[in-house]
Write a new protein. Sequence first.
Lengths: 230, 230
Amino acid sequence: VDAQLWMACAGSMCSVPPVGAAVYYFPQGHAEQASTAVVDLSAARVAALVPCRVTAVRFMADAESDEVFAKICLVPLCPGEAVVDVDEAAAAGGGEAQQQVDRPKPASFAKTLTQSDANNGGGFSVPRFCAETIFPELDYSIEPPLQYVYAKDVHGVEWKFRHIYRGTPRRHLLTTGWSGFVNQKKLLAGDSIVFMRSEGGDVHVGIRRAKRGFCGIGGDDDGLSSLPAW
Amino acid sequence: VDAQLWMACAGSMCSVPPVGAAVYYFPQGHAEQASTAVVDLSAARVAALVPCRVTAVRFMADAESDEVFAKICLVPLCPGEAVVDVDEAAAAGGGEAQQQVDRPKPASFAKTLTQSDANNGGGFSVPRFCAETIFPELDYSIEPPLQYVYAKDVHGVEWKFRHIYRGTPRRHLLTTGWSGFVNQKKLLAGDSIVFMRSEGGDVHVGIRRAKRGFCGIGGDDDGLSSLPAW
DNA sequence: TTGTCGGCCGATCGCCGACAA
DNA sequence: TTGTCGGCGATCGGCCGACAA
């Protein structure tokens, strides 16, 4: 998965250590995230945290849900081994993927889907900022202003959206192509969509599913989530 | 899975040995059916066929495709162990599932789906024999004769079909409910559907997918497949 | 600026008898 | 007896501006 799009989907709260950096591995946290039955590590005499070195990082996305995650390879530090700081490791380069992350972040925009956006048979209200910053420049001399936006998802699949500027007052909308995207990705109101403009000008699209946990905590973002992702 | 429906779906060409029976196990055949890479058994010094005793039989169906299969537990015969014939084992009882198989087969009917049956937006032409033998008795005094048929699939899920007797000349049709069934089960022209009437009068429905192999051999049944499955 | 609504038009679904194999 | 076809009415998808938050 493209590292830039990955970062845009993961959001600004997420940071990934560079290859070579020294980090702590928390077995208990790992066990709790594992989907199968929780293992009682206290009985297994495992250290609560293990100093490790990052040997590899891969940016990935789930084939079905499009949700992004990272595969990080860790090797326990030998006693007395030199500890490399995160910043030092980043400065040292640390692999192609890491270099991509270090480049200036391209323009991206995240919006939480409203009921109208997710409704079957509806379109997508494009915030003005997104239309003007992320999408290709629209020709306002034709009436109504209209173009097709092509956007690649995390799998490299290209989606085609009809982008029109219409209504009174005028607003940007995605119409044809949008409902198919919503259905295929099984998006619901509350999920977020991320548009990103790469350096070459290509448009990319990713999604960020709403947390549908049991308790209320850790739930939705606040209103700020509809601001630019950078 | 209900043993009677299982048998109706598997068809009359299929026989399953009873528990206790002595059979031969063919490692090569097993390896060839395994989906992963073919193992070269000749290098592993495995006997071509192994005398075994059946210790358990389970009738099952794939959760996605509804295709039926049997899980048969085998134990190698000890040298000199008494060999029990299939017929003897069947006579000896051999478990609940086996007893169900031995009961007189309930009425069932298999039909290969035509293009019109599988067409989206179309209904299902019910052969007269099926309608009169398998479905509940239709009240011909009302105009048009109409009822709803409820049928359970191999998973116990109940499907509702509108059954009408209409047209000139008159014929039996399944309309409302049919296309949903076709879509959910991903049925195509050439696949077969099996209707069965249990002893209690309940209607069951199963499917038999067409073999879509590479070469022509081992392909479709001949025209006889549209005859009653018994 | 943008979320939601009702209107409306066209496409599709799906039920129908006609007809022929 | 039953497979396929064209017709046609109902439903639904989806594009639109109006309006208000």
